[in-house]
Design a protein around this ligand. Structure first.
Ligand SMILES: [Zn+2]
Ligand SMILES: [Zn+2]
Length: 280
């Protein structure tokens, strides 16, 4: 049975939350937390039960739960999720009503009418869920509707400076396969032919993409998503390592596959040569 609560509809089989404006983006684990709270609306659900149900067999930091609770609070009406200090969380909105699947006042039309491709799915917690991601603060969310083309590590100096990390991990998708469902990144033109997208509020590193028009045919119609911004980054293991000339001596990376210096990457050499510049 689906659950109607206030102006929302929780569709269990589809693992989807519909609100007054159509589908509401929720991570798989936020969805699981909401479903658990709605199933027992009279009760305070302890943090330990939430951890055991939503992350079975995993050790999870307290902060992770708080991140999901605050994502739910942003997605729902004010006051629907109550903190009971020292005990846990409680659903505190209008009483949930069970409705047969396929009914309810939620409006799935925006989904059905969409001419977008079908969402990609992966397995999380034994369930098929859409591939989604976003920034740390939640102001930017995206979903992925096409298969990943390439995955890599990059240890180049630009990636290091930009991310504040010793290396980045990226997943490249067809440009049309990534849709921003909430907010838009701010873009920084980091070279004459590419720009990097980030959250203007929290600074999360989100995307790397070629500028339009493309500098060469290789630099067109794709977007790299920084893999850790995916809600479930685990399946996208990097398959090669770029920028190894700048790899820091105190990092060890499982990159047994292919290691490439930026100055040996044909795509980069060709792009910089267009501007009469060597690869930096
Ligand atoms: Zn953010
Ligand atoms: Zn790089």
């Amino acid at each position: 049975m689906d659950l109607q609560f206030g102006q929302y509809l929780l569709k269990r089989a589809e693992r989807q939350l519909l609100g007054p404006e159509g589908a509401v983006e929720l991570s798989a684990r936020s969805f699981d937390i909401l479903a658990l709270l709605l199933d027992r609306p009279e009760e305070v659900i302890s943090k330990s039960e939430l951890f055991d149900t939503v992350w079975p067999g995993l050790v999870v930091e307290e902060n992770t739960l708080q991140v999901h609770i605050s994502a739910l609070r942003k997605a729902l009406d004010t006051g629907m999720i109550m903190t009971v200090h020292g005990r846990g969380y409680k659903y505190a909105g209008p009483r949930p009503v069970a409705v047969p699947a396929g009914h309810g006042q939620g409006n799935p039309a925006s989904l059905i009418a969409s001419d977008e491709q079908h969402p990609m799915l992966d397995m999380t917690g034994g369930k098929k869920v859409p591939v989604t991601g976003g920034c740390l603060c939640g102001e930017i969310r995206y979903r992925v509707t096409g298969p990943v083309l390439d995955t890599n590590f990059c240890s180049c100096r630009m990636c290091q400076r930009w991310s504040g990390a010793p290396f980045t991990a990226g997943s490249t998708y067809p440009a049309s396969a990534v849709q921003f469902t909430k907010g838009e990144p701010k873009y920084y033109k980091s070279s004459p032919f590419a720009e990097r997208g980030f959250c203007a509020n929290c600074g999360s590193s989100l995307t790397y993409r070629p500028l339009v028009p493309p500098v060469t045919p290789d630099w067109a119609d794709w977007i790299l998503i920084y893999t850790p911004s995916l809600d479930n980054p685990a399946p996208n293991a990097p398959t090669w390592h770029l920028g190894i000339e700048s790899q820091l001596p105190w990092t060890e990376i499982r990159d047994a596959h292919k290691r490439v210096r930026c100055q040996d990457s044909p795509d980069l050499v060709e792009a910089w040569a267009t501007f009469n510049l060597p690869v930096p």
